[in-house]
Design a protein around this ligand. Structure first.
Ligand code: PLP
Length: 375
């Protein structure tokens, strides 16, 4: 029996065709036709006016924050219960993250807390420069109230949709509603390019500037001339070829992940103290990972007991993201909340959810999980 991973890459034959096409045309250089096609196809898929393909989701967020004008000494509001990459680029620019707690309904940024903090800082004459809103585990955040208070105070809303490609917010795609949005094509995400990311925006100038900064900020001149410092952040044409192949099966990949969630919910939902991540009424989740909490008082065992039992059966599972204000690197950072994220982290577990996972593998996870409960 082989090890079952949390979210391994799921690659098919279309990807190989696109990559071979790039080799045959000798488009192995960074820029090429797949890159433009991938951007256009992606923008169409998520309903964004512009998409810029980059080397990672982190790079996309770094560029978005820089183009939002974030600089040394600025503050940026940021979801607290998330991966480090949601906040790290804030610090690259010398700015300070201000962490906002999650709410119970979607496990995303609490709009009431976010808007209260934003209003207070605006009244004090120091509004934050931007707000980074994460759509956690593929469930869109409660966007409308957060967007409204950002708009009221001229704060740029940047959506971190790294886990939410293929999710919905009403009829729309999370990531495409803010001033800018970012996606990730890391190996463990909904689609992968083996590593990559996308910046989406409604503003043509933001897209143009992002492409400029992502390719070392070369001025228009026959020689190499630079008036500002840029980055080497562009996605390669080869990786874009993989992305085009992956995009063709996006809907299937989301359907598979959601089917895993339904099967887990059906098979484990009766166990005492086990509660699954809710799906909010405002949008359909990708269920990037099936997440649940285990209340030790009712379950008679802890999240760690279950995680270790799964590990003994060669099954990878993980605690939820550790709230960023608890990270050693952010002990001095400002945090607003009531510990919702802390409680989720204490009891939360993510189960194997890859779109390539078979029903047999899923059944192995279910059997091992139930036996950890003596059921
Ligand atoms: C994966 C992820 C990122 C970073 O994307 P990379 O492509 O790995 O740089 C950012 N935010 C969240 C919430 C993520 O899950």
């Amino acid at each position: 029996m082989s090890r079952i991973y949390l979210s391994p890459p799921d690659v098919g034959t279309a990807e190989v065709e696109f990559v071979l096409e790039a080799f045959e045309a000798n488009w192995v250089a960074p820029v090429g036709p797949h890159l433009n096609a991938f951007e256009q196809e992606f923008a169409g898929m998520v309903g964004a006016a512009h998409a810029v393909a980059l080397s990672s989701g982190t790079a996309a967020l770094h560029l978005a924050l820089r183009l939002a004008g974030v600089g040394p000494g600025d503050e940026v509001l940021c979801s607290d219960l998330t991966f480090i990459a949601s906040a790290a680029p804030i610090t690259y620019l010398g700015a300070r993250p201000v962490f906002i707690d999650a709410e119970e309904q979607s496990w995303n940024m609490d709009p009431a807390v976010a808007c209260a903090v934003l209003e207070e800082k605006a009244r004090a004459g120091r509004p934050p420069k931007a707000l980074v809103l994460v759509h956690l585990y593929g469930q869109s955040a409660d966007l409308a109230p957060i967007k409204a208070c950002c708009d009221r105070h001229g704060v740029k809303l940047i959506e971190d949709a790294a886990e939410a490609l293929g999710a919905t917010y009403g009829e729309l795609s999370p990531g495409s509603l803010g001033w800018a949005g970012i996606h990730s094509f890391n190996g463990n995400k909904i689609i992968t390019t083996s590593g990559g990311g996308m910046l989406v925006t409604a503003e043509a100038t933001v897209a143009t500037e992002a492409r400029f900064l992502a390719t070392q900020a070369r001025d228009a001149a026959p020689h190499y001339q630079h008036s500002t410092i840029g980055y080497n952040y562009r996605l390669s044409n080869i990786c874009a070829g993989i992305g085009r192949g992956q995009l063709l099966r996006l809907a299937t990949k989301v359907t598979r992940r959601r089917a895993h969630f339904r099967a887990y919910h059906q098979a484990l939902g009766d166990l005492p103290g086990v509660v699954f991540q809710p799906e909010a009424p405002w949008g359909q989740s990708t269920r990037w990972l099936t997440c649940l909490t285990i209340d030790p008082a009712r379950a008679g065992r802890t999240r760690e007991d279950v995680r270790l039992a799964l590990a003994a059966a060669d099954i990878e599972s993980r605690p939820l993201w550790k709230p960023l204000h608890l990270q050693p690197v952010f002990t001095a950072a400002e945090y607003h909340g009531t510990g919702v994220g802390e409680r989720l982290f204490a009891d939360g577990l993510c189960l194997p959810s890859g779109s390539g996972m078979t029903e047999e593998q899923r059944q192995r996870v279910i059997t091992a999980f139930r036996s950890a409960f003596g059921a």
